[in-house]
Design a protein around this ligand. Sequence first.
Ligand code: FAD
Length: 342
Amino acid sequence: MSETIKTDVLIIGAGPVGLFAVFELGLLDVKAHLVDILDKVGGQCAELYPEKPIYDIPGIPFITGDGLSKALMEQIKPFHPTFHLGEMVTKVEKLGDASFRVATDGDKTFECKCVVVAAGGGSFQPKRPPIKGIEIYEEKSVHYAVRKMDAFRGKKLIVVGGGDSALDWTLNLQPIAKRLTLVHRRDEFRGAPDSVNKMRALVASGDMDLKIGQVTELEGGDGQLTACTIKCNDGSTPRVECDAMLPFFGLTMKLGPVAEWGLKMEEELIPVDTGTFETNIPGIFAIGDINTYPGKLKLILSGFHEGALMAQKAFHYVYPEKRLVFQYTTSSTNLQKKLGVA
Ligand SMILES: Cc1cc2nc3c(=O)[nH]c(=O)nc-3n(C[C@H](O)[C@H](O)[C@H](O)COP(=O)(O)OP(=O)(O)OC[C@H]3O[C@@H](n4cnc5c(N)ncnc54)[C@H](O)[C@@H]3O)c2cc1C
């Protein structure tokens, strides 16, 4: 087993709310590590709408999802948080001495004074296309994400979908694939117009194929695809040879292991005390989209407020002997020193 990492607070989820919690904790000298299943920070902002504008962040009239993630990373820099990305927290256990042990599927173990669950809607899961028997091929020759482009070099590929992911991977993989066929149910694409134009140019020059219709049948054995049948909108049913299929049908969110940690849950959400954002287990907090209380709004600004109040209570678990003095960043030299501006 790996070495145990000791920290004041372990934050589960590096979405906007988990990130801002680092700031509020940092002002109170509370150190944090963050774990996220995704390989990047920003949660829904980074994964679901990186380029969409957000108009309701107080004091910022307009910022994209990606822009907000970057700004939050800049804001928390002075507190040197440690990130453990691409790992899922699987277990949270209370230890006898008012601390917690947290384990990840990446074989890491943390010991901390408090746990902050900022897990949003849970983990992002790819939507499975409705093709009979597709699960037999998943992981082996049906892939919902591209981890290593080189794995597809010299292969006959079928990409399915009409959004940005399908188009981006079509354009990235076409030069290294033996042959690439894009399948979409209609001849209109939701992706960026520039990507659509590039894809159409490749089809016009004969460098890739585009089929308008749906994959209806898969052929292969032992998890390895050899061909698929496409029911095209013009009535034809071509059989296309392939080594791998990459469907990009978007993402859904699944709660994941949060429900197994002994926390009181209400319809897949964690009820909290609105004075502290503590759960039914003292020392475990829940902030952001994952929590519920009367009047809860699933907004980023609500999560920021929740993080600020959580930090006030978490401070007492980390420094039980210390008194907490309320201070403003505008006027406190002490806080400004922590931020590296005084
Ligand atoms: C299309 C769209 C537009 C939106 N527009 C706005 C808007 O204009 N204004 C606004 O205020 N809000 C908006 N929202 C809502 C906003 O994105 C959410 O309120 C916000 O992302 C919640 O932040 P969070 O940090 O609580 O959760 P999330 O952003 O969901 O982040 C949670 C993170 O936790 C990770 N995680 C989950 N389980 C585990 C686990 N077991 N181990 C490790 N990591 C885990 C996930 O991978 C994820 O990265 C929008 C949402 C969508 C989908």
